[in-house]
Ligand binder design. Structure first.
Ligand code: HEC
Length: 480
């Protein structure tokens, strides 16, 4: 029996999403089961077919490409399988074991016919076509958008759109006003300028921030950033980030970053339940083949999907409204209220450098986790982090001291202090970067420039059919 799945859905992964299935009964054939991909795909080249197999009687499956190179994915229930090109063509890395069967990670294949040979015990195979070969990532399409046609269209993205998305009231003016006034009242750091900016806006735009037209305020979108490279951290397909900078003549430099989670879709999860994000990776890469109006429309559709209230994670700020530069994160803590959590992965250097219990705790933690900290795979506990970090504009930042650690640890990991520092906000923003990564004119720091190449290489590697290692904390680019 061949059960033909609805198009665009890998049935084994998302049977519930599939309705109106067409079922085709037929006598068990003696020869191989033959699947012509052209017959199962939609206009985007996507589609899937489920083949019920007799576990007692292994039966091979021929997949015919009929002259079209396509990305294919295969899931087998109950046993493993071998995949080969009928004429000996390269079909990429082998099938991988999965929870109760096997999985062929998506990859482009350009053979005429490939043969799947399930082992005895296989009860079902799902063959999915995932579109044509994936184009190489172009930075300005698949990694970071700076096009005015997208960034300067408030219907696509802008302060108004982003604040509306992250607020409870769907407007965001009240949240924006409270947020900027909070800079002045936090105990760990009190900064008056953002609150003064709110006073100024109230005097020109009216006392009720709920009535402000946020798109007329002196702010500018500087970039939309694809952070798929963070996947699969937190079970997400990375983040989409919007950077917005102040263009005010006095209250600047002041840069904000809004982080939205990219939710995994059905084709981002393996038969074993592993979130691999290869579907989202293909969708990002395919934007590289678009230009002009087609790109603008696709980018807007992407933003429409992602700038959603439930996907908002948190905001970040880096500013010099008063010296020194300061970094903060802003998490939702109540309806239309943001506040500062301990900065992600940022050791509170000035505090932990002081002798005392906190320093003792830092040294004990570093000693116990030296290898993982050196490899940038270990999370730093919140009590060792601060809610804000500062670096003067024209003097080097205070360095983390690891004096007191056993010589054997320091000898084994001579760059340990640097590795701990680089995963935190201030060091990463001042290493080949002049405090800011995306400038008001939408140009990038040298650090970000190199980072984008590393992210492009990682995105491209996701389409090859080989597993991609989880990313370390901090930079993706290799360090010295
Ligand atoms: C690995 C290095 C690195 C670390 C660590 C880091 N950033 Fe960034 N930051 C970047 C890059 C690169 C960008 C550009 C957008 C992106 O790639 O996400 C950026 C963008 C920003 C922006 C938007 C303005 C700009 O500079 O482009 C803000 C605000 C920001 N980061 C704040 C923070 C805060 C707060 C922390 C600490 C919790 C932090 N960053 C940690 C590299 C880093």
């Amino acid at each position: 029996m061949i059960r033909r799945a609805c198009q665009g859905v890998l049935v084994a992964l998302a049977a519930s999403a599939c309705s109106g299935e067409e079922t085709e009964e037929r006598d068990p054939p003696d020869g191989p089961v033959v699947v012509h991909l052209a017959e199962i795909v939609d206009e985007a080249g996507e589609g899937a077919v489920t083949i019920e197999l007799d576990p007692e009687k292994p039966q091979s499956i021929e997949i015919h490409f009929d002259g079209a190179s396509r990305v294919i994915e295969l899931a087998v229930d109950g046993a493993t399988a071998v995949l080969s090109g009928l004429a000996g063509e390269d079909v990429g890395p082998p099938v991988e074991p999965a929870a109760n069967g096997a999985w062929l990670r998506p990859r482009a294949v350009s053979a005429d016919v490939v043969v799947v040979e399930p082992a005895a015990g296989a009860s079902r195979a799902v063959i999915a076509a995932r579109g044509g070969p994936v184009p190489a990532a172009r930075r300005e399409r698949s990694l970071v958008w700076t096009e005015p046609s997208v960034l300067d269209d408030p219907a696509s993205v802008g302060l108004g759109r982003v604040m509306a998305a992250i607020s409870e009231d769907g407007h965001g003016g009240v949240l924006f006003d409270r947020w900027f006034r909070r800079f002045a009242t936090t105990l760990h750091s009190e900064r008056a300028a953002p609150a003064q900016l709110m006073d100024e806006i109230a005097s020109t735009h009216g006392a009720d921030p709920g009535q402000w037209d946020l798109d007329t305020l002196p702010f500018k979108v500087t970039g939309v950033h694809n952070r798929l490279d963070l996947a699969p951290r937190n079970g997400a397909c990375g983040e989409l980030r919007v950077s917005i900078a102040s263009t005010h003549p006095i209250y600047a430099p002041l840069h904000l970053l809004f982080l939205f989670r990219q939710e995994p879709q059905a084709d981002d999860v393996s038969p074993s339940g592993e979130t691999h994000c290869l579907g989202t990776a293909r969708r990002w890469s395919r934007l590289s083949s678009l230009d002009g109006e087609a790109f603008t429309v696709a980018a807007k559709a992407w933003l429409d999907r992602t700038l959603a209230h439930d996907s908002f994670l948190l905001a970040e700020s880096v500013e010099l409204t008063v010296s020194p530069w300061e970094w903060r994160q802003w998490s939702p803590v109540g309806p239309d209220e943001l506040d500062n959590p301990a900065l992600f992965q940022t050791v509170a250097t000035p505090l932990v450098n002081e002798p005392g219990p906190l320093r003792d705790e830092l040294l004990a933690f570093v000693e116990a986790n030296a290898a993982g900290l050196d490899a940038r795979t270990v999370g730093i506990p919140s009590q060792l982090r601060a809610q804000s970090a500062r670096v003067p504009p024209s003097a080097p930042a205070e360095r983390l001291s690891l004096e007191g650690l056993p010589a054997s640890v320091l000898g084994a990991f001579p760059k340990l202090a640097e590795r701990i520092e680089i995963v935190g906000c201030p060091t990463c923003h001042t290493t080949n970067a002049n405090f800011v990564q995306t400038n008001v004119d939408r140009s990038f720091s040298p650090f970000y420039d190199v980072e984008l190449d590393a992210r492009a290489a990682r995105l491209d590697s996701m389409h090859t059919g080989s597993p991609v290692a989880p990313p370390p904390f901090g930079p993706l680019q290799p360090l010295d």
